[in-house]
Design a protein around this ligand. Sequence first.
Ligand code: URA
Length: 301
Amino acid sequence: MRTALIAITEELQRLKAAGVSSVAVSEEGLQRLRAHAQVRRAIADGTTGSLPSATGLRSEPVAAPAKSPTVAPGALPLPAAPRIVLPAGDKAARWQALRAIVLNDAVCQAHVRLGKQVVFGVGNIDASIMFIGEAPGAEEEVQGEPFVGPAGQLLTKMIQGMGLKRSEVYIGNIMNWRPELPGGDGFGQVGNRPPTEAEMGYCLPYLRAQIELVNPVLLVALGKTAAEGLLGFRSFKTLGEVRGRWHEFAGRPLMVTYHPSYILREPTNRKKRMIWEDLLLVMERAGLPVTDKQRGFFQEK
Ligand code: URA
């Protein structure tokens, strides 16, 4: 109920600032708030399986683990990961069905504020290369698309440096909602936090399903959190231990590299070259042509 109350309060404050002194509430609006509160209650009670599906398609709740993983401050307790049941059909139809399941997942929806969105993967469903990030940020949850904020714009440039268009690759995230920091005055978002193991575990089946459907030649994990999601939570200490090397996930080669936001924080040629060297390995393995000019990007003179 807290989320709904916060959303109502924000909206009432906005209206008041705009000079509105009274509001009428529709029956539909009341119903949406009641439904939202019902979902949060069900998560807290561990009874999300009883919630109605908005799609008619299913992600089936699995029995909760005997020992619940720790819950981070600001995170809701979570049921076990969903088991996905896709309808028969061609690849595009199955992808659309998976997208509908994720966007309508009651647990995912309960984690986004009113007016913000659950975020599903985007791009070419026949892509050879799938980039995997951590979780949506502020811009992504507004636009409902991964990597559209500043880090996303840099990722798009990196993809173009590889001689590809953004629309030729597939881009997904470990998480489908924005993990929020608790705090502030309780009325505003104060920032992102890394997802917990439980949150990543809940969303991972949705990423696996996208990998199986798209069937890319290889995967690229962007940053430590994405790498932990794929290689195992706390399975390494520093990204330096695992980046620039081939690993395996879901039966596919997995390259681990830095998150574009790492470059945004300190845009030196040395850092750009480190990511670029990892991407040169990706281009070679994906069978993309590599020109001499591309090989020399970001090399110190
Ligand atoms: N960072 C990520 O890891 N994913 C996004 O979608 C945006 C920023």
